[in-house]
Design a protein around this ligand. Sequence first.
Ligand SMILES: Nc1ncnc2c1ncn2[C@@H]1O[C@H](COP(=O)(O)OP(=O)(O)OP(=O)(O)O)[C@@H](O)[C@H]1O
Ligand SMILES: [Mg+2]
Length: 280
Amino acid sequence: MSIIDAPVSPGAPAAAPAPHAPQSREALPVRLEGVGQSFGATHVLDGINLDIEAGEVLAILGPSGCGKSTLLRAVAGLDAPTRGRVVIGESAVDGLDPRCGVGFQEPRLLPWRSVKANVELGVPRGTAKAEAAERVEELLRLVGLAEAAGRRPREISGGMAQRASLARALSRRPGVLLLDEPFGALDALTRLRMQELLLTVHAAHPTTVLLVTHDVDEALRLADRVVVLGREPGAPAGSPAGIAEVHTVTAPRPRADVHQELVALRHRILGQLGVHAPAA
Ligand SMILES: Nc1ncnc2c1ncn2[C@@H]1O[C@H](COP(=O)(O)OP(=O)(O)OP(=O)(O)O)[C@@H](O)[C@H]1O
Ligand SMILES: [Mg+2]
């Protein structure tokens, strides 16, 4: 496996922080040390080594089934890796990690609770009531759901539900935000809006973000670095995936898809993923 471009380039804020945004918990660095995961005789991942800088937005790409969600679950502490370890800040992940906020492709809102009550679910126990209320209100405003706070999940659109899910993940003030194809089920226009929103949210709450996506353009639009997971070329079937490539994206935000650097990276990454698009 080759890491062709390893230097870290943390993200410049995409927009000015929201004026009344409360201080987030500090963004935390993540270190993957020889992470490997097997399920019985199925070896999914192996030898994943990567340093992710505090506040960095890292996109993770790779073919379906290569282990992207598995890697995210290891960082969140949802599944312990079979080999190696994940270190967040100063300490290794050992069980479900309260420093992580997680968002999935499906918003996973509780249908009988209002949008606001769903967001409240993310606030850690023991948070003072007034502080929790202020935090939830600020987040609902930030993701544009203040007006819809009292509605139930069935009364809102898919994009709104995904925004509620993002607010819930942020309501614990995570040092690390883990997003597994968060916009995958949305229509193209809503997806673009959500990408913009993520950059705005990241500016207001500059947490470290690990974003799994299938969308190369989304990765290039949002990330400081793009990691491509995959198997070694010519590796026998059933061998685990590792880091095939790491690309640093230096284009300033907001990024135009036609930016020369992005066009070249897009071509290279699609090639890595086995899609041979005509050269631009
Ligand atoms: N709990 C589990 N038990 C057994 N096998 C599992 C388990 N979780 C994941 N796997 C296997 O690990 C492999 C990687 O799964 P994972 O969900 O991480 O892939 P992915 O890259 O996220 O795929 P996709 O892009 O389709 O979401 C798959 O072959 C899957 O069947
Ligand atoms: Mg997945």
